[in-house]
Design a protein around this ligand. Structure first.
Ligand code: SF4
Length: 236
């Protein structure tokens, strides 16, 4: 995968593109670029890893459904996020040609990525980019989905199929440190497809985390959209 070719494809699809060699550069760029706006977040581990929600609050009004203000319900925060001027999210996968794929449980992240805001930022690490459209869909459904279910300790078949085995390997690596959620997330994040060893079962579990999938074949017509590509492993 050639990141410069992916950038050219994204530009042809109508996106502005920013390449960042590190998460620190992406953090600085987004904080300098987004000021004086209402800003909504779609659920994203990449955004959490970037820790943008605190820094953006200095110059913007920020709505983060995963971290609502006291006495505000997450769903009410999600509605405010969807009506914000700027919407931030990541992607579960992006093909080498710039097709952007996201899964969602409720749909607030998907809707915010194509209709409503003035500008959308897709912010993603290099680990999610590459392959054909079909391979990117596979990544979203069979790698990102199960990895997120494992990260969140969901009782879904994709997670339960490998949870005991992976936890044993993880705890052996941890030694005396024992279980630590942040280390667990990093462990899951770095597993290859073969090491992960599970797949999506299209389950009916009440713990299911993904009910809809959206593919942006090109930039939605009604919004400005920018892709911030970070040349590091980020998110799932
Ligand atoms: S549909 Fe179920 S089995 Fe498939 S990735 Fe989502 S939670 Fe896992």
């Amino acid at each position: 995968m050639n990141i410069k070719e992916t950038k050219e494809s994204l530009v042809k699809k109508g996106y502005t593109v920013k390449l960042c060699s590190s998460k620190e550069l992406a953090f600085d760029y987004l904080n300098q670029t987004i000021t004086g706006k209402t800003v909504g977040f779609g659920g994203s581990q990449t955004l959490t890893e970037l820790n943008l929600r605190h820094s953006l609050k200095k110059n913007n009004t920020v709505y983060v459904p995963d971290f609502p203000e006291p006495d505000v319900k997450p769903l009410d925060t999600a509605k405010l996020a969807g009506g914000a001027e700027v919407f931030l999210l990541s992607a579960n996968a992006m093909s080498a040609q710039g097709d952007i794929i996201n899964l969602d449980l409720i749909g607030n992240r998907l809707s915010g990525s194509m209709w409503g805001p003035q500008k959308v930022y897709f912010i993603l690490g290099i680990n999610k980019v590459g392959g054909t459209l079909e391979e990117a869909i596979f990544r979203a459904r069979h790698i990102a989905g199960p990895k997120n279910a494992l990260r969140l300790h969901r009782k879904t078949p994709c997670a339960l199929a490998v949870q005991d085995k992976l936890e044993k390997i993880f705890l052996e690596q941890q030694g005396d440190k024992g279980f630590n959620q942040l280390d667990w997330q990093t462990f899951i994040q770095h597993l290859s497809k073969d090491e992960l060893g599970t797949h999506c079962y299209d389950c009916t579990s009440p713990d299911r985390i993904c009910s809809s999938m959206l593919i942006h074949l090109r930039k939605p017509r009604g919004v400005e959209a920018e892709v911030v590509l970070i040349e590091e492993i980020m998110g799932f």
